[in-house]
Design a protein. Structure first.
Length: 201
């Protein structure tokens, strides 16, 4: 279905322009570092998922089922976000406002609201935190930095990433409540040849 052609510039276009102007006057090495993080930083969350799973082995069914559910939850949240983006069909700010940005503006039809990166980061951070509270101190700041970086490089309005973080976090929290009901599956899995994946033995 064709989207609503949401006009994001009227929401916080001025703030977006100010941030991208600041980025243009920032040192090239810093811009490069932020751009690299923006493009590849989601890999950190994959690493944290592995750490959460490793630490969950032998820590009980409830914790292990959350560790196993986390990547699935992130994929589901991403799929929902793709549908939401197609409904709102917000044009990228770099196309609407015609500003010079750190990275090239995404192609026409690559919608802006909400930010995929922010949604994934928010969902991953919450799912990881619910699995292993000690990893929150890494996952939460990383999610915020991912969201900020998407505005810095010019790919999104601030509201794109703010809503993206909140949407991803909320949906991940709701899905994790459903995942908790699958804890008995871990007990069954422990008795199979794949038991080492959940027990650490």
């Amino acid at each position: 279905m064709t989207g609503l052609a949401f006009g994001g510039a009227s929401v916080d276009g001025g703030l977006y322009t100010w941030i991208t102007k600041l980025a243009r006057h920032t040192s090239h090495p810093l811009d490069t570092a932020i751009a690299v993080w923006s493009d590849y930083g989601l890999a950190l969350f994959a690493g944290l998922m592995l750490v959460a799973w490793w630490r969950a082995r032998g820590a009980g069914e409830a914790r292990m089922v959350r560790a196993l559910a986390t990547p699935l939850i992130v994929v589901v949240v991403y799929a929902v976000d793709v549908l939401v983006k197609s409904v709102f069909a917000e044009t990228r700010p770099c196309r609407t406002l015609h500003v010079v940005t750190v990275e090239a503006c995404p192609a026409a039809g690559d919608w802006s609201f909400p930010s995929n990166h922010a949604v994934i980061a928010g969902a991953a951070a919450v799912a990881i935190a619910l699995t292993d509270h000690r990893l929150t101190r890494i996952a939460a700041p990383a999610a915020v930095l991912m969201a900020v970086s998407r505005v810095w490089i010019g790919a999104h309005y601030p509201h794109d990433v703010a809503v993206g973080l909140a949407f991803g976090a909320l949906l991940a929290w709701l899905l994790m409540q459903l995942a908790d009901r699958a804890a008995p599956l871990v007990r069954r899995m422990a008795g199979t040849r794949f038991g080492g994946l959940v027990t650490g033995v």
